[in-house]
Design a protein around this ligand. Structure first.
Ligand code: SAM
Length: 214
């Protein structure tokens, strides 16, 4: 993701606290109070410009969605997307580091984690930064419901192989694996920005669904 300096981003984000939640630590263990319902919560870690979470929130009003992104300059585009989509009470955004999820969520807060086109961190010395590394899986397990799921899409074959091995070594059940998602595109597939970009170039999209067994 190319980062552009957007000096106005901070103020624009602060002006929309009903979408980009400024005090997420206050909702740990009680996210239902924010959404004002007990629907399941699905989060996307590394949401980028938010096309996926916005599309999912529109298509699935019975699920609450939260897009999590590290940078102001990027999440501001997700906020613009959410505003353009109109009223979506089931969509919120968090500007936090995915490595700190345990500050904001506890066991059973989240029903599913989406990882879409996560940064590949190709150097072995950076593998702990990959969002499908065992340390991150442990973190996701600690905030998910029992038998919670991780759904993962990427164009990066190396990251996909790493993720299959990491999830398998962790003892997760691999429920679905595709080496070319678009060859048999599921009707309900919502494309991310990166998915549109890479599939337009003819690159295969890899996808998996995995489940914790506790
Ligand atoms: N998911 C989007 C897509 O598929 O189009 C964006 C993909 S982009 C390659 C990865 C995004 O993840 C970037 O916007 C980056 O800032 C964000 N990101 C990377 N590490 C993160 C972390 N630890 N916590 C939150 N966001 C992160």
């Amino acid at each position: 993701m190319r980062l552009r300096n957007k000096p106005w981003a901070e103020d624009f984000i602060a002006a929309h606290p009903h979408i980009v939640i400024p005090n997420p630590e206050d909702y740990k263990g009680k996210w239902g109070e924010l959404f004002q319902n007990d629907k399941p919560l699905h989060i996307e870690v590394g949401t980028g410009k938010g096309q996926f979470v916005t599309g999912m929130a529109k298509a699935n009003p019975d699920i609450n969605y939260m897009g999590i992104e590290l940078y102001d300059s990027v999440i501001v585009s997700a906020l613009e997307n959410a505003l353009e989509a109109g009223t979506l009470p089931n969509l919120k955004l968090l500007k936090v580091n995915g490595a700190h999820l345990a500050k904001f969520f506890e066991k059973n807060d989240v029903s599913r984690v989406y990882l879409n086109f996560s940064d590949p961190w190709p150097k072995t010395r950076h593998e702990k930064r990959r969002l499908s590394h065992g340390n991150f899986l442990k973190l996701y397990e600690s905030i998910l419901v029992d038998n919670g799921e991780v759904h993962f899409k990427t164009d990066n074959r190396g990251l996909f192989e790493f993720s299959l091995m990491s999830m398998s070594a962790y003892g997760m059940l691999l429920k679905y694996v595709s080496l070319d998602l678009h060859a048999n595109m599921p009707e309900d597939n919502i494309m991310t920005e990166y998915e549109e970009k890479f599939s337009a170039k003819g690159q295969p999209i890899y996808r998996l669904e995995s489940q914790f067994l506790t």
